[in-house]
Design a protein around this ligand. Structure first.
Ligand SMILES: [Fe+2]
Ligand SMILES: [Fe+2]
Length: 490
């Protein structure tokens, strides 16, 4: 009996190891495919760079075929599968997997199969197609398949997404959006409740806060877009709570880009959510005063970092989460050159989490035009101002990471296109930060239009230029435009 059990468990270990290897190779395959398609988008098929990258992919594919017989790469319900094994991506490789899933979706494709006997030139031509076919083309899948045949690629086949699946995929995207929205407002509620409990000297349910932050981290890793839209919505009545949720979301996104592990992301989110907690100990009228602060009011406001430390120290249990939160509450208004507040006499290195939160905090405060700065700046103007202080106020590397999160033209920026049309940035393309997706809201004469979303990456091959480009940004306040009504977070 004992022997049988140990045989079984060693079999299991063997299988586990096999699966583990396939999983590793699968992740590598996706990242090599990503690199190859990106190279194909820039270089011609006979270019040395392209050939070099495609060879790497070919070697990996040959190795996998030798072991597995064939390769089936499937994109289904938001996941990638290699020979039926679901590929789980660590944060580093996450961008690559997202890119590949997008390619599958844009080409209306569900499956790529690669059979034994595939040649490197077949693979070159196949990858090259992704870089050079226009996915906006009508019946793109048919066109794609036709090209595959014409080019004589016989060992690589593609399968189309069945129509019913396309519908359910759309539904699951909507469901994700709904869940993202629910979780975001749950974060707002959690801050509101925590603050009101502390005001009435009651304890805060830390377990609930942690659980909420964990699901926030999970959802942000699935779908950043919706959260970027949510952080661009500003509601002044609930400013402090929404601001806290915004800073939490933006900080987690930075942490994802930095490759932090999930438990660290949760700690970061928790600390960011409570960075302004000290404000509960200041008078409500002061925090929500619509006019500029006078000197004596500033003295009070500047106490909120220390008050935050005291407030978090009053939590019943002090663990890693609260310790981090204490540091962030204390340091989030200290700049890199240690200017800011509270005044510190000794030279110190600011904690990584504090440096992240301070950037997210400044960005959100400046774009909201509330609390410290009574006028708001457009998101791109805010980034310019922050960039000017890079290395003095803000950690230069982290600021670049942050720009990578929000884009050069962040969601919510009002822009004029070279067609004369006016639009609102509604999504960023991590592949090209200067070419986001824009919802057109008015034509060149300023007449309102039925909203249409255009992707600024769209390239016109015949005219050899982009279909749309941003020529300038506008201040929505000047034109009395309420940006939030154009953000698609219904
Ligand atoms: Fe603050
Ligand atoms: Fe803040």
């Amino acid at each position: 009996m004992g022997k049988e059990t140990s045989t079984k468990s060693s079999d299991k270990k063997f299988l586990d190891r096999q699966e583990e290897t396939l999983l590793q190779k699968g992740k590598e395959l996706v990242s090599q495919l990503h690199a190859s398609i990106k190279t194909a988008q820039i270089y011609e098929q006979n270019n040395e760079m392209f050939i070099k990258q495609s060879r790497k992919l070919f070697d990996l594919i040959s190795e996998l075929i030798q072991k597995e017989g064939e390769i089936l790469l499937v994109s289904k319900e938001g996941y990638l599968f290699l020979n039926d094994l679901r590929l789980k991506f660590d944060l580093e490789k996450y961008a690559g997997s997202k890119f590949i899933m997008e390619i599958f979706e844009r080409f209306d494709m569900e499956k790529i199969s690669i059979e034994e006997g595939v040649t490197s030139s077949e693979l070159d031509s196949f990858v090259y197609l992704f870089g050079h076919l226009n996915p906006e083309e009508k019946d793109i899948f048919d066109l794609f398949e036709e090209k595959i045949h014409k080019l004589g690629i016989s060992h690589i086949k593609v399968e189309r997404i069945p129509l019913f699946k396309k519908e359910s995929y759309k539904k699951s995207l909507q469901e994700n959006k709904r869940l993202a929205k629910k979780t975001f407002f749950n974060a707002v509620t959690v801050v509101r409740e925590a603050m009101s409990s502390l005001e009435s000297r009651k304890t805060v349910n830390i377990v609930r806060v942690k659980r909420m932050v964990q699901s926030l981290v999970d959802l942000i890793m699935e779908d950043e877009g919706t959260f970027l839209e949510l952080t661009a919505l500003k509601n002044f009545d609930e400013y402090t709570y929404i601001h806290s949720a915004d800073v939490c979301v933006l900080s987690i996104m930075c942490g994802v880009r930095l490759g932090l592990e999930k438990n660290k992301l949760c700690e970061l989110g928790f600390a960011a959510l409570f960075h302004d907690l000290g404000k509960v100990r200041l008078p409500y009228e002061l925090i929500n005063k619509p006019a500029e602060y006078d000197d004596s009011e500033w003295v009070q406001i500047r106490r909120h970092p220390e008050l935050g430390v005291k407030t978090i120290l009053s939590f019943r249990r002090l663990d890693d989460y609260s310790m981090r939160a204490i540091l962030v509450a204390f340091e989030h208004h200290l700049n890199l050159d240690l200017s800011g507040y509270p005044k510190v006499s000794k030279k110190r290195d600011l904690n990584l989490f504090s440096r992240i939160v301070s950037i997210a905090d400044a960005y959100d405060a400046m774009t909201s035009g509330r609390v410290y700065i009574k006028t708001s700046y457009s998101p791109d103007e805010t980034l310019k101002r922050m960039f000017y202080r890079s290395g003095i106020f803000y950690d230069p590397v982290l600021l670049k990471v942050f720009i990578n999160v929000v884009g050069v033209y962040p969601v919510g920026t009002l822009v004029v296109l070279d067609t004369g049309e006016i639009g609102v940035v509604c999504g960023i393309n991590s592949e090209d930060l200067a070419r986001p997706r824009v919802k057109i809201i008015a034509d060149r004469y300023g007449e309102k239009k039925e909203y249409k979303v255009v992707d600024l990456r769209k390239f016109d091959e015949t005219r050899n230029e982009y279909h749309f480009s941003i020529v300038q940004t506008l201040d929505p306040q000047r034109y009395k435009i309420d940006i939030s009504q154009y953000l698609a977070v219904e």
